[in-house]
Design a protein around this ligand. Structure first.
Ligand code: DHE
Length: 542
């Protein structure tokens, strides 16, 4: 039999005589080559997303050796173990890292960061597989499911998604996807589901199959976060696009087969006209006004309106916004795209009809909206809201330049939530509730609960619902995150997220009564995080 992979780097001191890692800077603390390899893997899985592959910083601080060597191993260990209220997760106390791994990572980030290889067309084609060719796929829906009310649930550390029926709350299918899988998006018709892993692997799932499954897959880079599909009239289900963190590039693909058609690099100048070697592609949305993808380059702060109607003569309008673009969503009209420039403490507003920056709005510290929440403020009219990773505030931005001109693109109201470390905020056109999680707050009481505001009485403050407790799980981190509505808008689903070796759950709350409606527990529900209701995701309803 094959020997198991060596795991000693996680659990014990390295054996004597192990080859040492040769670092460019002799001041870096010693590490063996095996420890360095393990550190590289953990860094990729847990740290690179915020701090960057080259560690130049974005959502998280820069971690280049000039900075980390000055901090020293003990300081770094404390920070990694306990986290910070500004958004650094408590990797040690949450149980994700043991003390040996904390020590390993404190030493790893003091070494020079290795530069990963590029990943071009030949590399992509070598990973591209069409499991079920288009002409072998169903001609009509072959299952009895109400696919518009399915939820695609990210099973982060299993590298899988679970499709859960919104009515019966039963798992319909568990599908293998990319590593540390991240988000799901829908094609315009709602038939095809696109899932992307942090390893840049995309799976295309056909929801019409008797048992929905992957029909094509490809890797578009070594590290990635975003995928989207063409939504403009006439381009239904035609194209897909995915953004990579490494190499910094985006890729336009055939929507039905994932065949890569066009790769565009994003390296270049920032909005301050300084060169950046790693402008990672963060969120991507599809315009409803033009055949365009809205591609956000994080480190340069540039928003690219990419016209997909002629890929051979690609036209792109580049909008200078603000550095550290990350996540966002449309306003209720679907015309304005609101995107957090997180470490700039701003939200950029893009007018997708005119392809222009409508405004840069100053909000709280490190905004993190997910796709944000749209509702009508009783006093100020239509607003889009974001919560923050870095403070306890919730900023409501006016979004109606026609009928509420004085309020448009201004923070009209700031609510006080239950703490920092918030990632997601949500409501639904049928709901009078605004839900705000505090998933990365280091205080377990806050990370295991959610705040809910009454939209009609925002000045009354929030109520706290102990979702973690309601899950009935006995131990684990039980982080509560990402409220997501069902299609009707009368139920809201929360993930209760514990480590891979602990039980997790999904808690369903009745939106009107705010009472517990159901708890979904299943041994297959390993580390559930994001949940994507087919109808709401397809139609940008949030
Ligand atoms: Fe996410 C969306 C990047 C950590 C859950 N995440 C996004 C988007 C980006 C992003 C760019 C927007 C995609 C789009 O709309 O096209 N996420 C990153 C990171 O760089 C970061 C900070 C660190 C990392 O190492 O990846 C990161 N994200 C996380 C998590 O730790 C979360 C909480 C759990 C998980 O599953 O890994 C997480 N991210 C999510 C979810 C969304 C998301 C659930 C989609 C929200 C939505 O409602 O659309």
């Amino acid at each position: 039999p094959l020997a198991a992979a060596p795991v000693w780097a996680d659990t014990a001191a390295p054996p004597a005589g192990e080859a040492m890692h040769q670092n460019a800077n002799a001041k870096a603390p010693p590490m063996t080559e095996a420890e360095f390899t393990r550190g590289k893997q953990i860094y990729f899985e847990r740290c690179a997303g915020c701090h960057g592959v080259l560690r130049k910083g974005a959502t998280g601080k820069a971690l280049t050796p000039d900075i980390t060597l000055a901090r020293g191993t003990e300081y770094l260990k404390t920070f990694i173990k306990y986290g910070s209220p500004a958004g650094m997760p408590n990797w040690g106390t949450s149980g994700e890292f043991n003390d040996q791994q904390v020590d390993l990572m404190a030493r790893y980030v003091q070494q020079e960061p290795p530069t990963p290889p590029e990943f071009g067309m030949q590399d992509m084609l070598a990973t591209w597989k069409v499991q079920v060719p288009v002409d072998k796929r169903p001609r009509r829906k072959e299952n009895q499911l109400d696919i518009s009310n399915l939820f695609s649930v990210t099973l982060r550390d299993a590298g899988e998604i679970a499709l859960i029926d919104g009515h019966s709350k039963q798992i319909v299918s568990v599908i293998k996807t990319g590593y540390a899988v991240h988000i799901s998006r829908l094609s315009k018709s709602g038939r095809y589901l696109y899932v992307i892993g942090r390893d840049g692997k995309i799976n295309l799932v056909d929801l019409w199959m008797a048992k929905p499954d992957s029909v094509a897959e490809i890797r578009i880079g070594l590290e990635a976060r975003s995928v989207e599909t063409s939504k403009y009239r006439g381009y239904d289900d035609k194209l897909a696009v995915a953004g990579a963190y490494w190499p910094p590039q985006y890729v336009i693909m055939d929507g039905a087969s994932l065949k890569p058609l066009k790769i565009v690099g994003t390296r270049g100048m920032t909005v301050d006209n300084e060169y950046h070697p790693e402008p990672r592609v963060a969120s991507i949305v599809a315009s409803h006004y033009k055949p365009e993808f809205v591609v956000n380059a994080k480190e340069t702060g540039k928003i690219m309106m990419v016209d997909y109607s002629d890929l051979a003569n690609l036209k792109t309008t580049t909008i200078d916004a603000a550095k550290f673009l990350h996540d966002g969503g449309f306003d209720a009209s679907g015309r304005y795209f609101m995107v957090a420039a997180n470490a700039s403490n701003k939200v950029a507003v893009v007018d997708t009809k005119l392809d222009k920056l409508a405004a840069l709005v100053d909000v709280g510290k490190t905004p993190h909206p997910g796709r944000g929440a749209n509702f009508t403020d009783p006093q100020y009219g239509p607003v889009w809201a974001t919560s923050h990773l870095g403070d306890d505030s919730i900023s409501l931005v006016g979004t109606d330049p026609e009928k509420h001109k004085a309020q448009a693109w201004k923070v009209v109201r700031t609510l006080k939530g239950q703490g920092g470390g918030s990632l997601f905020i949500k409501t639904h056109p049928q709901s009078a509730n605004l839900w705000v999680d505090t998933v990365f707050n280091p205080d377990a009481k806050l990370s295991q609960s959610v705040a809910v505001f009454d939209i009609k009485h925002l000045d009354k403050g929030f109520s706290m619902l102990p979702i973690g407790e309601w899950s009935g799980l006995s131990d684990g981190a039980k982080r509560v995150l990402q409220p997501e509505y069902n299609k009707a808008g009368d139920e809201v689903w929360f993930s209760v997220w514990s480590a891979k070796d602990k039980q997790s759950a999904i808690v369903v709350v009745d939106d009107k009564t705010r009472k517990l409606k159901a708890v979904i527990k299943d041994p297959r529900l390993v580390t559930p995080t994001g949940k994507f209701n087919v109808y709401n995701t397809q139609h940008d309803i949030y």
